[in-house]
Design a protein around this ligand. Sequence first.
Ligand code: ATP
Ligand code: LTN
Length: 329
Amino acid sequence: MNSPKTIFSGVQPSGNLTIGNYIGAISQWVEMQDKYRCIFSIVDYHAITVKYQPEELKKRILEITKIYLAAGIDPKKSIVFQQSSVPEHTELAWILGCSGSYIADLKKMTQFKDKAGEKQDAVSVGLFTYPVLMAADILLYDTQAVPVGDDQKQHVELARDIAKRFNNEYGPSLVVPEAIVRKEGARIMSLSDPSKKMSKSDSNANSYIFLLDDIAVAKKKIMKAVTDSGTDIDYDPANRPALANLLTIYSQLGNRQIPRLVKDYQGKGYGEFKKDLAEVVAKFLIDFQNKFNNISDEEAKAVLESGRQQAAALARAKMEKIRQVIGVR
Ligand code: ATP
Ligand code: LTN
């Protein structure tokens, strides 16, 4: 039998996770655990590329770990670990930065352009080389597939290019990965502006729903979500993007296919639809938060330590080979 595919993905411990992160990324991971060898990381060294508070980061690392567990990531099936606890990630990032990564490519990255804004020369070097560290995360484990939301596809493409160039230079040593993006829900949009993705760092709190949001607040945000003109419920992302986004959220969190929802809401208006959606979101959040609150800090720390040991063993072996091919051993 062929050995199962290796899957790697991660979330950075910066800010509160939204239902966008859950639907686009984490929920996809849960489904993969039974089929593949899965490695899920809390990528803390990515979170220090922008200004942050050390105490807050420390808290967020455990919070994200608990979010993984509450979402259904099972540490008996998957490796769950903290990126900085396996130093080979930064070691490989340096090597890839020297071979395979070009400044011109990094300058094209949408996330860099968005985050650096007008000040491209005045942000940290780390924010610029962030995708190289992400490539190292992926390539260190001979990863074949990387389940992410739509916005991270470009970074995975870059990891592919870096792997190919490295292999051209040193002979085949890195597996070329592919991104796996959901067909529906890969890009959950802002509740206040359906042309922007739902982002935890948005300045408008009504634009997102946090996984740990107060239930009453989350319901209000759904009721306040912008809608398009028209009154009936149909799925038309090009012309009615706000409604299409709400239908996607309903479908993903309420486990009902979009065509079925459209049929169920025939002849009913936005008011009723939104009220029901608010209940679906509330039910999901209550269940999620119950699970989250039942996980202790000690339990989360133990999961990270066991994950560290497993990831470190894989990383150590891979790096030993890489050091040899580049000629330092
Ligand atoms: P920020 O919004 O602050 O830029 P982020 O949420 O994009 O951060 P991460 O928390 O690292 O960044 O993202 C974790 C995962 O969630 C990634 O796979 C990303 O593609 C996915 N993701 C993020 N936002 C959305 C969204 N609105 N819809 C679907 N997937 C998303
Ligand atoms: N850049 C990603 C987080 C991330 C990641 C990874 C995702 C860092 N390393 C490796 C998949 C694989 C983001 O979502 N902002």
